[in-house]
Every structure is written in structure tokens, then in C-alpha cells.
Write a protein that binds this ligand. Structure first.
Ligand SMILES: [Zn+2]
Length: 633
């Protein structure tokens, strides 16, 4: 089936659900049976980014057996998929991309079956159709990945902190299919077991129960007893050390980094306690972090039991650990209750930013959390300015596009402010149990935006016409930009920063500004508030007073580098070049390359740097930068 037809089906189904959900207080008048039917139907709504047909037959368990070949940059082995055949389906439709499928067998049969690989779609990859019958329990797929598989990043020893090669995966949004043939949609959940064979000097870890030490034969066995969607499948292989943080928490990193990592993330157990108090027990056993080499394209990835994190948050002073709060919060929003399609991405990210804020408030206090909220609002307003209006709705329309395009500030920060607005309107005494109930009632299920809106109207609005009007739910979820009831953020600490900024603009020397005790966030406020145009002596003065070019804090350095580019501040050019060549985090790279590409001269230099840096970036980052620099592989 072509993706276009599927898109139509999904759109129709969604409109039906929307109609059902938007019929106002009707929600609570519905019989439980009808509600269940709507919920069931919504869970089966087809995902425009997958060939799978889980409403017919769903994969309930995955058994992986993989050998990691660092010389050829290939994973080779077998994926055995256990089926829940709901309607006696005679075909299993799987997602694959950049995979070499060698052989497919059913159950214990030795004979191979004739499978069909569909045409290549540049975004979705190739559909794999396997003939089955109603009695088929397990489909075994023997396959190998390609060196260019988009989820996999193979790092040479020079790209790591140590002397060994490294491999890590990034499956979100639809890249799991580039290393495992699967139903690559967040609407399907499966448990998994895996056997992974690696060179004996290295250790393997997954989003599963993990070893804490290397073994001698290089064979690692994993078990993931909780059902997860495919985008949370994760594997990393490298020279890894482990350090305990608390009774349930720990950190993995390359040996040269492990001590700094353990210091930086020491507050993880406290965060866990804070979030459990609000949203109920942590359901995944252990929570560990894995610090990856700097080419990791994201800040963090919430792979269950083992968050993958960028080393750029190791600042030495625990000032960037809100990211840990964020990834930890995903253990509830995202991993426990999952967006059913990537159009519902805000259900993962908006909820997570909201939880992150609550954790940070509990651990560091309200005035600290308000600085974070204020920076988020600034990011969001800028994103809304730059995006097409349709892409500023909470409920996105990503059919026919790479779901990565939906990863903007909108699902994260507009989602956060929507939930905060509801919280402030009804009060925490009502909002907290409401949110906790959402996680408890929907644990280990995938949900759509319409499901949440229906739950909100049923449980919180409950027919109160005044409240319905006040919340402006439809404007937030199905409309552009920011509705007028957006919460007010007030940070007294930022007011003081703004005062110093005004003095600087009026000519006060940088060295005379009152900056004592400023945290990273105050520095970010300051850097973002500086005038766009700064003459070279003023740039030099700032640099001398505050040491921005030499900053070991990636966020501060990144904010400073914008001024460096804009004002052609040459003393910092070597630092800029080094940053672009060593850091692979897309959040930093994208705006810097965009800034460079604003001038002819800047773009030419950016292309020179990129030619050297590109092989060290993950495909998630390089596909974004390719576009900015008109790069043809
Ligand atoms: Zn997130």
C-alpha cells in the first residue's frame, strides 16, 4: 500500500475521532463500552510513517541475535518476531530501510518462505511482506545492516575519549527499521530479548537489563520484560566503565570520563524521588545513564533503563542536569504512555518538559525553575516566528514528511505551556491527580492527541462550560501560535540580569557588571540579550571579563559563538571551528551553520569545516546540515 493511501485513511480516522472528542461534554455521557470502542479504535489508527498493520497482526515479542562487525560496520544476525494474529491475517507487513534481508522462515520450519520487499520510499524505506497463516507463531528474519544504516553510528577510536571504536544507535523517530526489521510505529509495543556478540575488548549495553562489567567472551544477553515501542530499541558498544550513583541509579561512560560523569549526575536519585512523589512509582527497575562520545546528535535519548546522553552536558558544576530530569521524566511520558503516531509527538515531549520543570522546581526551587521556563518561552516564540503556521499546532500533520521535521520547540515548549496553563487555571490540587491518573490509566499503551483531549474533557472539564471556555483547548491543540491565555513567566533573577544588560548597553564596562553567583541560565539570558551588533573592542572586553571563548560550558559557548559569527570576532574562530568539528549535537550545530550561511563568506567557510566534520556526525545531524549548506553527499 502506498503511503499516500494510508495517509488518507489516517486522516479520515482522525477526523472521526476529532468529531467524537470535540462534541464537548458528550464524553462523559457516553457509555463505558462506547468509550472503550473509541479508545480501541484510536489505538489501531494507522501510522502514516509505517507499513505495519498492527490492527491485523501485531508483533508482541522480539528475539534478537546479532554479531557486531566493527571492520565492516555491519550488524548481522536474526530477528525472531512473535506474533499476535488478531484477525487471522495471511501477511505480516514490516518496516525495513537499508537492510539486506537474506532469508525468512516460520516457526520451526527449515524451509524459507518467499517474502516480498516493496519499492524504496526515501523516508519510509521498504515494506517487507511475509506470507503467514493464522497459526504462525514466530517469523524469523535473517539479515544484515548496511554501513550507511541511518540509526547506527560507527566511531573510530580517534572520535572517542579512549583507544577503542564505538557504536551507538539512535532509533527515534523511524530509524529502528534501519537496524531491525520490525513494526516501526510507536503504536505497537513488544518485549524483547537479545544476544549481542562483540569484540572481547568491548562491552555491549541496551535499553534493557544491563551488565555492569565487561566479560571475556564478548557475548552479552539482554532482557527487556516491559513492552516498548520500536523507537526505544537501543544498543551501544564500546569500552565502558560503570559507576553507581544511588540504589537504583548509575552511569556508564568511557573510562577517561567516568569520574566526571559520576560527579555531574550525582543528583539523579534525588530527581527520581521527586518525580515518584508526583507521578507514581518508577516501573522500569533500574535507571542508568550512558554518556556517549560527542558525536551523539541529541542532548539525550530516553532509551528505557538506559538514557543515552551527550557529553556536552558535563559542565563540571551540575548546571546542565535539567537534561537528566527531562530524560528521567520520559520514563512516565513517552516510555510508559506513548504517542500513537509522530503527529502526537507533543504527548511525549510537552508532558516531559512539564514534568522536567516540576522535578527541577522540587530539586532546585521555584526561582531556578522559572529561569528554565523563561528560556523555553523565548525559544518557543522564536520558533513560532520562523515556522509555517501549520507546524505550530500541537497536533502536527507530518504525513509524507520525515517525522524529524516535527522535532521543533512547538511539541516541547508549546506542549509545556499548554499543560502549565491548565495547571494554573485549575490549581495543582486538581491538576496533579489528573495527570497522575493519565499515566496510571494508560500505562504501557500508546495514545493519540484525541485520546488526551477526551480524557481532559471527561476528567477535568466535566461539563463546566466556564472552564471549557477559559482553557481554550482547541486553540492550543488544533490552532497556530500561542493563544492569549499563555501563562506569564516571571523570573526575578532574570530581572537582575536584564538590569546589568541595560547598564552594558549604556556603556558600562563589562568588568564592572554585577555578575557574581550567576548560573548557566543567567549567563544564557545575558548572552541572548546582548545587542546583535557589537564592535570588536566590546566583544574583546566581554571575552576578557567573562572568558566566554574559553568556556567549558557547551550552552554558554554556543550562545557566545552566535555573536562571534555575527560580529566576525576572529580571536574565537579557532574555537568555533573546533566546536563544529567535535560536537555532533544537532541543537548546537543547526543554528550555528544557519548563522554562518547568512553571508557568502560565512557559508564558504562553513562548507570547508563541514567537509571535514561531516564524517563524524550522525545521520540525524548531517541530513539537517546538508540542507542548510546545499550539500550533495
Ligand atoms: Zn524528550
Amino acid at each position: 500500500m502506498s503511503s499516500k493511501t494510508k495517509t488518507l485513511e489516517v486522516t479520515t480516522l482522525v477526523s472521526i475521532l476529532l468529531l467524537a472528542a470535540c462534541s464537548g461534554p458528550a464524553g462523559d455521557g457516553r457509555s463505558p463500552a462506547t468509550n472503550e470502542a473509541v479508545e480501541r479504535e484510536s489505538e489501531m489508527s494507522r501510522d502514516p510513517h509505517s507499513y505495519a498493520r498492527p490492527d491485523e497482526v501485531a508483533v508482541s515479542h522480539l528475539d534478537l541475535d546479532l554479531t557486531v562487525d566493527f571492520e565492516r560496520h555491519v550488524l548481522r544476525g536474526r530477528a525472531s518476531l512473535a506474533l499476535d494474529n488478531k484477525r487471522g491475517a495471511t501477511e505480516l507487513h514490516l518496516d525495513t530501510r537499508q537492510l539486506d534481508v537474506e532469508r525468512v522462515t516460520l516457526d520451526d520450519a527449515a524451509a524459507a518462505v518467499d517474502f516480498v520487499l516493496g519499492e524504496e520510499d526515501p523516508i519510509l524505506g521498504r515494506e517487507l511482506v511475509v506470507p503467514i497463516d493464522a497459526a504462525t507463531r514466530v517469523v524469523h528474519v535473517d539479515y544484515a545492516t548496511r554501513p550507511e544504516a541511518a540509526a547506527l553510528q560507527w566511531l573510530a577510536p580517534a572520535q572517542t575519549a579512549g583507544r577503542h571504536p564505538f557504536l551507538f544507535t539512535q532509533s527515534q523517530a523511524i530509524l529502528a527499521r534501519t537496524w531491525v526489521p520490525c513494526q516501526d510505529t510507536p503504536a505497537v509495543r513488544m518485549t524483547y530479548d537479545a544476544t549481542v556478540r562483540v569484540p572481547p575488548a568491548l562491552m555491549a549495553v541496551m535499553s534493557a537489563e544491563n551488565p555492569t562489567a565487561r566479560n571475556d567472551d564478548g557475548v552479552y544477553r539482554f532482557r527487556m520484560p516491559q513492552p516498548i515501542p520500536s523507537y526505544l530499541l537501543a544498543l551501544a558498544v564500546g569500552d565502558l566503565a560503570f559507576a553507581e550513583l544511588g540504589p537504583r541509579t548509575g552511569v556508564y561512560a568511557e573510562p577517561p570520563l567516568i569520574e566526571r560523569a559520576a560527579y555531574e549526575f550525582a543528583e539523579t536519585e534525588d530527581m527520581m524521588t521527586a518525580v515518584e512523589k508526583l507521578y507514581g512509582p518508577y516501573r522500569w527497575g533500574r535507571y542508568d545513564l550512558l554518556v556517549l562520545p560527542p558525536s551523539f546528535p541529541f542532548g539525550g535519548m530516553e532509551n528505557p533503563r538506559l538514557t543515552f546522553a551527550t557529553p556536552t552536558i558535563i559542565a563540571g558544576d551540575r548546571s546542565l542536569t535539567a537534561l537528566v530530569a527531562h530524560e528521567l521524566a520520559h520514563s512516565w511520558s513517552g516510555n510508559l504512555v506513548t504517542n500513537a503516531t509522530w503527529n502526537d509527538f507533543w504527548l511525549n515531549e510537552g508532558f516531559t518538559v512539564y514534568l522536567e520543570q516540576r522535578i527541577m522546581e522540587a530539586v532546585k526551587g521555584r526561582d531556578y525553575a522559572e529561569m528554565l521556563a523563561s528560556l523555553s518561552l523565548q525559544d518557543l516564540e522564536q520558533a513560532i516566528d520562523e515556522l509555517e503556521p501549520r507546524d505550530t499546532h500541537l497536533y502536527l500533520d507530518l504525513a509524507g514528511r520525515d517525522p524529524d521535521e516535527g522535532m521543533t520547540d512547538v511539541p516541547y515548549n508549546k506542549g509545556y505551556f499548554f499543560l502549565r496553563m491548565i495547571e494554573e487555571t485549575v490549581g495543582r490540587e486538581r491538576f496533579d491527580p489528573f495527570l497522575r491518573g493519565w499515566f496510571e490509566k494508560n500505562a504501557f499503551h500508546s495514545r493519540t492527541t484525541a485520546d488526551f483531549v477526551a480524557y481532559l474533557r471527561r476528567e477535568l472539564v466535566a461539563g463546566d462550560a466556564g472552564l471549557e471556555k477559559e482553557l481554550m483547548i482547541d486553540a492550543w491543540v488544533y490552532g497556530p501560535g500561542l493563544p492569549p491565555n499563555v501563562p506569564r513567566v516571571h523570573s526575578a533573577r532574570f530581572d537582575r540580569v536584564d538590569g546589568e544588560l541595560a547598564r552594558f548597553r549604556d556603556g558600562a564596562p563589562a568588568a564592572e557588571l554585577a555578575t557574581e553567583g550567576w548560573t548557566t541560565h543567567e549567563w544564557l539570558r545575558f548572552l541572548r540579550g546582548l545587542p546583535d551588533e557589537l564592535p570588536a573592542p566590546r566583544m574583546a572586553e566581554l571575552d576578557e571579563a567573562f572568558g566566554f571563548t574559553a568556556s567549558g560550558n557547551s550552552e554558554i559557548l554556543h550562545a557566545w559563538l552566535h555573536h562571534v559569527i555575527r560580529n566576525r570576532y576572529e580571536p574565537a574562530y579557532p574555537t568555533l571551528e573546533h566546536f563544529l568539528k567535535t560536537v555532533g549535537r544537532r541543537k548546537f550545530l543547526k543554528p550555528l551553520y544557519e548563522r554562518l550561511a547568512e553571508t557568502e563568506e560565512g557559508k564558504a567557510w562553513a562548507r570547508e569545516i563541514y567537509a571535514q566534520a561531516r564524517p563524524g556526525y550522525h545521520a540525524v545531524s548531517s541530513s539537517t546540515i546538508d540542507e542548510i549548506l546545499d550539500w550533495q553527499g
